[in-house]
Design a protein around this ligand. Structure first.
Ligand code: 1GP
Length: 248
């Protein structure tokens, strides 16, 4: 079992859920990484995801190296494509876009990425990624040409999550998309976690600590926060998210 995967699972032994911060290389300058990362770590985050559906930055490797220099938290790539790979990270979420029907995101990008990951000896964490309708067209929806799961069709989400589990994936990621108008519905999270044993990661459009807590109470095991903290970067705010997610 991979070291980073093991570390993520062991987090769940002493808290009800993990709090993951998503840092987007296009929205954070290399110069501000140290301050951002220190506040995130002091505020109680459990890990850092790096990546984005669309990346303008050509300093991905350097960006991750600097993030790693500043923290002992696990730094994990959340790739938008096979071009987002770096040996500097602790691991990469090896995503399959299970709710898409676009073969490029179901197997094409993975085949392009696999030999590079192999040569870098980067840890992979197999993750079934599914996208729920969120009130606006998100970047991931537009770029992948994938129809999101309707918000009132929990059973469709459950069927996808079960398929991910039976395919042997280690996590399921229920995504509304970065900056989504509405975060993934609580009843959908509840329905998935009642049927599926693999830990559920939930992210996209979660705007405040109370909303994060509701996702955890519905059964989410990891909460991903990006935009909400990028816009309001006080350590006290990070701490509030942390308290609500961890359950203190
Ligand atoms: C996006 O789930 C993440 O892939 C986080 O979304 O930036 O809206 O918090 P936000």
């Amino acid at each position: 079992m991979g070291k980073t995967y093991q570390r993520l699972l062991s987090l769940l032994q002493d808290r009800r859920a993990g709090f993951i911060f998503l840092i987007d290389p296009d929205k954070t300058s290399v110069e501000t990484i140290p301050t951002t990362i220190h506040q995130i770590e002091k505020g109680g985050s459990d890990g850092i995801l790096v990546g984005g559906s669309l990346l303008f930055s050509n300093r991905f490797d350097e960006f991750i190296r600097i993030v790693k220099q500043e923290t002992n938290l696990p730094v994990i790539i959340f790739p938008g494509s096979s071009r987002q790979i770096s040996a500097e990270a602790d691991a990469i979420l090896f995503l399959t876009f299970i709710s898409s029907r676009n073969p490029n995101f179901l197997i094409g990008e993975q085949v392009l990425a696999a030999p590079i990951i192999h040569s870098l000896e980067l840890e992979t964490i197999s993750t079934g990624y599914m996208h729920v309708e969120s009130g606006n067209t998100t970047t991931v929806e537009f770029l992948s040409g994938s129809r999101p799961i309707p918000r009132d069709k929990s059973e469709i989400a459950v069927a996808h999550a079960l398929a991910a589990e039976y395919l042997g994936m280690k996590f399921v990621y229920l995504e509304a998309g970065s900056g989504a108008k509405y975060s993934p519905p609580n009843d959908m999270i509840r329905n998935i976690t009642e049927h599926v044993n693999v830990p559920l990661i939930v992210g996209g459009g979660i705007r405040n600590p109370q909303e994060a807590r509701e996702k955890v109470e519905a059964g989410a095991k990891f909460i991903v926060i990006g935009n909400a903290l990028e816009k309001d970067f006080r350590q006290s705010e990070v701490q509030l998210f942390s308290d609500m997610i961890h359950g203190s």
